[in-house]
Design a protein around this ligand. Structure first.
Ligand code: C2O
Ligand code: CU
Ligand code: CU
Length: 496
């Protein structure tokens, strides 16, 4: 009986706090036992679908039977001044031998190409929607105006196209692009819409880091999926309101991948492109590696790590020295729980000997930034379809914050736990890169002292960031668990 009461109380508080639910609300006429029963059922429902309690299904080990596919670097065209043309399209992809899976992709049937941009250049990109549903082209991490950002207001209907133009104002980084139509982001990304952007600048060229694309510089896009009996992606069947998790890992769309490398230093650009899963990457040998870049640029100096955690949409560039790692046993990148993500085949031929410089960048946190008062507060709360930011769900007609172009402000983001403990929310802001000032009042870890556009925020954690927008427009900020975003865990800041 004691337990029952506790459960009922929990469920009620959740209803009251979040202020929204599609479940029936208890009314006064209801007698207590019915109410308890109903609450218990509801609580049970929520627990079942809720992903925060370490019950996330493990990934199947990669058998390593397929060589990792690497996205093509898209050719520059310059027809009518347009550098790149990107088409969102449907197609069929052979993910499993001899079987065609229905997928979405950019300029191909699944995933997309890599677009290389140079700092300082003016870029025109033509975007074309060849799907039979609305979509947008969002450039995650790119400093562009709200018009070009590709948020839910920049819809392209089936058959429509658009040319965007912007100047590349930010430093070298690994960014990505994906769709963002209201309520449909998760499904479209899940079906395969995701591509890469590499920005280069004078610094990145002069550092002497491995940068031979597909030879010693590899992107790794991690996405977990569930395939049905017919080896199809059936989003509506596997969708979970707390974030869709799968048991099958694809890296760059490759099932059971392995990567062949030379005995040399190799640069891996890790992107968590999953709807909801977090990864903690490490080597099965326990070897360490160097992290050299965050979401938006190089760290000041390489950070030696044995593991790195990425929540959805976060990136990390790492350097692995395959000439130093013990490859006697099967070497692989594994996840926290030991599942094999990417086995390596190290060929016994030494490649280029590159050095990793001690100084990579001059990113700084100024005293002035540290001393700024908090001017915006963001409270993340809830789970399943009851997720909110500052108690509200997304409303495209409502502007939640305004900020002046070029003015640095401090935002404080708090992840308010619920009665069941709460869950990590990866928080992302469009159109800019920001700096982490503190996590719960403490200095951020060394590998987060660089430009970020997405940050993992644990239950009850408070993170302060310094943020400035170089351009004007309306930008989204949201949880990057894509189902949370689609369920309304998103707000808008208007920069003017
Ligand atoms: Cu990856 Cu709203 O974006
Ligand atoms: Cu974004
Ligand atoms: Cu979330």
């Amino acid at each position: 009986m004691g337990i029952k009461i506790k459960i009922a109380a929990t469920a009620i508080s959740i209803l009251v706090i979040s202020g929204c639910s599609n479940k029936s609300q208890p009314n006064e006429e209801m007698d207590h036992s019915t109410m308890n029963q109903e609450m218990e059922e509801m609580n049970h429902d929520m627990m079942e679908g809720h992903m925060s309690h370490d019950d996330v299904v493990s990934l199947n080990d990669s058998t390593g039977e397929n060589e990792l596919k690497i996205p093509v670097a898209l050719e520059r065209s310059n027809e009518e001044g347009v550098l790149y043309t990107v088409r969102a399209q449907k197609g069929k992809t052979e993910i499993f031998d001899g079987i065609e899976t229905n997928t979405y992709g950019y300029n191909k049937s699944f995933l997309g190409p890599m677009l290389r941009l140079k700092k300082g250049e003016t870029v025109k990109i033509r975007t074309i929607n060849e799907l039979n549903e609305n979509t947008t082209f969002h450039w995650h991490g790119l400093e562009v105006s709200g018009e070009e950002d590709g948020g839910p207001h920049n819809i392209l209907k089936p058959g429509e196209e658009n040319v965007i133009e912007f100047k590349v104002t930010q430093e070298a980084a690994t960014l990505w692009f994906h769709p963002h139509p209201e309520g449909k982001t998760a499904e479209q990304v899940y079906n395969g819409l995701a591509g890469l952007i590499y920005i280069e600048d004078e610094n990145s060229k002069s550092l002497g880091l491995p940068n031979d694309y597909r030879k010693n510089d590899f992107p790794l896009i991690f996405q977990d999926k569930t395939f049905d009996d017919k080896k199809q992606l059936n989003y509506s069947a596997t969708m979970n309101d707390d974030g869709t998790i799968g048991d099958t890992l694809l890296i760059n769309g490759t099932l059971n991948p392995k990567l062949t490398v030379n005995k040399e230093k190799v640069r891996l650009r890790l992107l968590n492109g999953s709807n909801a899963r977090d990864y903690t990457f490490k080597f099965n040998t326990g070897d360490s590696f160097l992290q050299i870049a965050t979401d938006g640029g190089f760290l000041n100096e390489p950070v030696t790590l044995k593991e790195v955690t990425l929540t959805p949409s976060e990136r990390a560039e790492i350097i692995v020295d395959f000439s130093q790692i013990n490859t006697a046993n099967d070497l692989a990148l594994i996840n926290e729980d030991g599942s094999v993500l990417l086995p390596f085949e190290v060929i016994d031929q030494s490649g280029v000997t590159s050095r990793v410089p001690k100084k990579l960048n001059d990113f700084s946190l100024t005293d002035k930034e540290m001393d700024l008062p908090v001017t915006k507060k963001v409270e993340l709360f809830g789970m399943m379809d009851m997720v909110t930011i500052n108690g509200k769900k997304f409303n495209p007609k409502r502007i939640d914050f305004t900020q002046k172009q070029g003015v640095t402000e401090v935002w404080e983001i708090y992840n308010r736990p619920d009665m069941m403990g709460g869950m990590i929310h990866p928080f992302h802001i469009h159109g800019t890169q920001f700096k982490i000032l503190s996590r719960d009042g403490k200095e951020p870890p060394k590998n987060e002292r660089g430009w970020k556009d997405s940050i993992s925020i644990k239950p009850d954690e408070k993170v302060k960031i310094a943020i400035q927008f170089k351009h004007k427009g309306v930008y989204m900020f949201h949880c990057h668990i894509l189902e949370h975003e689609d369920n309304g865990m998103m707000g808008q800041v208007k920069v003017e």
